[in-house]
Design a protein around this ligand. Sequence first.
Ligand SMILES: Cc1cc2nc3c(=O)[nH]c(=O)nc-3n(C[C@H](O)[C@H](O)[C@H](O)COP(=O)(O)O)c2cc1C
Length: 387
Amino acid sequence: MTATLTAGRPQPTATSPLFSPFWLGRLRLPNRIVMPPLTRARADEHGVPSPLAARYYTQRAGAGLIIAEATAVSAQGTGYGNWPGLYTAAQEAGWRTVTDAVHAAGGRIFIQLFHAGRMSHPAFHDGERPVGPSPIAAGPATDHYDGAHPFTRPRALRAAELAGIAGQFAAAAGRALTAGFDGVEVHAGNGYLLDQFLRDGANQRDDEYGGNPRNRARLLREVTAAVISVCGSSRVGVRISPLSPTNGMADSDPAATFTQAARDLQALGAGYLHVIEPGVNGTLSGPASAQSPELASGFFRPMFSGAIIAAGGHTAQTGAGRIRHDQADLIAYGQLFIANPDLPARFRHGAPLARPQRATFYGGGAAGYTDYPALGQPPRVAGNTGQ
Ligand SMILES: Cc1cc2nc3c(=O)[nH]c(=O)nc-3n(C[C@H](O)[C@H](O)[C@H](O)COP(=O)(O)O)c2cc1C
């Protein structure tokens, strides 16, 4: 648990740069505080968002920007039970209720689009193997499907299939706009398909999609270009996690790989680059200031002129520092947003922060999802305030 979460009352931050407005393309964000994508695994068996999702996101509409959770672009891209999708009319209609509610509450909302690649399981594909850049499994650990089998060795996608992957992202982006999202985040981090192509621990292809960084970044380029052609560049961001080992990922030269990726995204005019910083693994980590600055948000400033979002272990103070030092424009707060639906208000007033409960991160209903109280509301479920 971080010091911030356990310490007494944080300092009020009303004068913090976190509370200066920011223009993301033509979208005015009233503050710099981003709710990053957070998988909560509460969609139905058809990937339709839970009826509770509209309430959950609306409770967090005070964020400068919400980026909704990782959402599959296709049936092929699914990989986990109860994660949402955006490739059927029912899923699109489900998301529409979310965007309508968030907008009615004065918020702004993007959606993160992803393809699981090798992280999927044959159970999701009528017994067929999941796909990836190369036939390399995510690792010897047991998979997430039943916890009883090692990860599946994926089938290597043929080069001729890759235009279809870009097409899946573009189609889902079109549905995202129809469903009322303000924009789309392409997920190129955390060991999913686009990250698998980027990093040479998972990509050992010898065609034009493998080998040097430029070739490994080709699929991300093609996917991002396809999504931009649908949404327009200012409504498209990309998330990367350059040093994260999540999902068995590794790279022999991350600085070279991600410099290439960032330069490509710059050339495409992508609206933002969202950087999961080193030392962060989706867990409550130490303060970002204690981590290595290598490949953190500031590394990308000289090569990317769009907005930069920094994510990973940030507090109100470290986030403000990133902005003051011109290393990022926007700061994402993951676990803090799970437990504090009114996080910007709490930062502003220096109010105590509630602790997230891990047991209710994934799956289930309202408990640990929509029942974390805002300031001044009584706790609905004993134990969720953490104070
Ligand atoms: C429950 C949970 C679900 C997450 N789901 C996603 C996701 O869908 N997509 C993604 O890019 N990152 C995901 N992350 C990572 C977060 O967006 C964030 O980068 C991470 O939690 C570090 O930030 P924090 O220290 O502020 O929580 C998830 C993290 C948690 C704890």
